[in-house]
Design a protein around this ligand. Structure first.
Ligand SMILES: Cc1cc2nc3c(=O)[nH]c(=O)nc-3n(C[C@H](O)[C@H](O)[C@H](O)COP(=O)(O)OP(=O)(O)OC[C@H]3O[C@@H](n4cnc5c(N)ncnc54)[C@H](O)[C@@H]3O)c2cc1C
Length: 455
């Protein structure tokens, strides 16, 4: 009881809750990781309130986990040690639009799509649009996970757009990191450490983002291919030749079939590639023609989606469509990143590994960015198949790491990919732990993430 009263005094009584329904909502994300109930949920409204709550948590050594929308896919915001969940979703204001500098300063709880809606009148947008979660993901969560999305092929991921931040460290100290300058050579790049740190180093309470102009012209298209290999080889070739695509999304034939079952789209059940080109009205035609020619060289056919649908309307449902195929099953997910030239090898080897273990694989992702999600769906009660699918995942990740890839292209490590971190980072993991101690000496911020407590 003391905890609640003291937190209420630091914030407001109506913004502190121990109700089971609130704790249950804060216990989970969109992954298959087991939920863990926090003791209390707090909704701060300002940097000062965040600082006060963190100071209190630090003084009493209470674990504290930041939360945006909870749309992570690796258990990132699950409060595995209980304690306080600091839900930042009510800090959702635009603080300032610096239109002449192509920048915006926001509170962390603003949702991606809402930010872009509000930037439209300025002719600007924040581009790293996460495919299926743009309608829920908060900017704070995107920064903490270094999220990316369909337009990251042309414009980069979240990291490339974060210019400055106000943060609260694990001691409650408020720091301003980065600068609104276009370029700086001043001191260590501490802001870079914040991006992708999954709320383990500091809580972001204000973020300044670099924006880009809304394209004058855009053209979208969909292609089907005779095989998965043909489709991904076409993507790798387009990237190698510098075809200036804004988006290049790959979906294997099983993902397309799942979309048909989920939404009745009536798509041709063939490996598919969705592309979008941005530029001046004349340049988009030229770039699109190059993309089409290269796709056709690899057996691709330009198609019109049934009902003249927008490709992203279809793509949006991919994760949910695969999940809906077997609601009893859980997802065993990979979030592979690799040099783009190796995309065809990653796809071929992933299917070969899945076949070796007798499990069914679905592949899709921001392939033009060198990111692929190879998903397995199995019922954990079938112990043999569950173990086989997990071994298949391990082998696929090992293969990708062996070619200089990464275990997480965009979702973060969270809980789900912790076991690969030492394999990927080796001795550098000890440096990461040292950095964590500097920001958060009592290990209260989102403890148990990125590496396990014992690692
Ligand atoms: C259907 C679906 C599709 C998706 N597609 C994509 C995709 O295309 N690309 C992609 O990158 N991701 C994707 N995701 C994953 C997810 O949406 C993103 O990682 C998103 O950025 C998470 O934002 P959130 O607000 O939900 O954060 P949360 O899940 O609430 O939190 C994410 C992490 O950030 C920390 N955190 C949150 N706010 C702060 C803060 N203010 N300061 C410090 N730490 C903080 C949390 O502790 C946690 O570790 C998808 C998810 C779903 C369900």
């Amino acid at each position: 009881m003391l905890l609640v009263e003291e937190l209420a005094a630091l914030t407001a009584p109506e913004r502190v809750s121990t109700k089971l329904a609130d704790r249950e909502q804060a216990a989970r994300d969109e992954s298959s990781c087991a939920p863990v109930l926090p003791d209390v949920v707090v909704w701060p409204l300002s940097t000062e309130e965040v600082s006060r709550v963190v100071c209190y948590a630090s003084a009493h050594e209470i674990p504290l986990t930041a939360r945006g929308a909870g749309s992570s896919l690796e258990g990132n915001p699950i409060p595995v040690h209980g304690g306080i969940v600091l839900d930042l979703s009510r800090m959702d204001r635009i603080v300032a639009v610096h239109a002449e500098d192509l920048q915006v300063t926001v509170q962390p709880g603003i949702v991606y799509n809402r930010l872009n809606e509000q930037l439209k009148p300025y002719g600007l947008f924040f581009p790293p649009s996460p495919g299926g979660s743009a309608d829920v993901a908060t900017i704070g969560g995107m920064v903490a996970n270094n999220a990316s999305g369909i337009y990251s092929v042309k414009y980069g991921g979240t990291r490339e757009h974060v210019k400055a931040a106000t943060v609260v460290t694990g001691t409650g100290e408020v720091l301003r990191l980065g600068t609104r300058c276009r370029k700086t050579s001043s001191g260590y790049h501490l802001l870079g450490l914040l991006v992708g740190s999954e709320g383990t180093l500091a809580i972001a309470t204000e973020l300044t983002l670099a924006l880009v102009g809304l394209p004058q012209g855009r053209k979208q298209g969909a292609f089907t291919f005779p095989s998965e290999q043909a489709a991904v080889t076409a993507i790798a070739t387009m990237m190698r030749y510098g075809v200036d695509l804004a988006a290049a999304e790959f979906l294997d034939r099983r993902s397309i079939a799942a979309l048909n079952r989920f939404q009745g789209f009536g798509l041709e059940e063939k490996p598919s590639l969705f592309v979008e080109v941005h530029g001046s009205p004349s340049s988009v035609e030229e770039v699109f023609a190059s993309a089409q020619a290269l796709c056709e060289e690899h057996g691709g056919t330009l198609i019109v989606l049934p009902g003249g649908r927008n490709p992203w309307e279809v793509r949006h449902f991919t994760t949910r469509a695969i999940q809906a195929l077997n609601p009893q099953a859980q997802t065993i997910r990979t979030d592979l990143g690799f040099p783009i030239s190796r995309l065809p090898d990653v796809v071929a080897e992933s299917y070969a590994i899945a076949a070796r273990y007798g499990v069914v694989l679905y592949t899709f992702g921001h392939a033009g960015l060198g990111i692929l999600h190879a998903l397995l769906r199995e019922d954990p009660r079938d112990l043999v198949r569950w173990a086989a699918a997990n071994r298949a995942k391990d082998d696929i990740v090992s293969f990708v790491l062996s070619m200089g890839g990464t275990a997480s292209g965009e979702h973060g490590i969270g809980l789900g990919s912790r076991k690969y971190v030492r394999q990927e980072h080796g001795a550098a993991l000890e440096l990461m732990k040292g950095i964590k101690r500097l920001f958060d000496p009592k290990n209260i911020l989102n403890p148990g993430k990125i590496w396990s407590d014992e690692a």
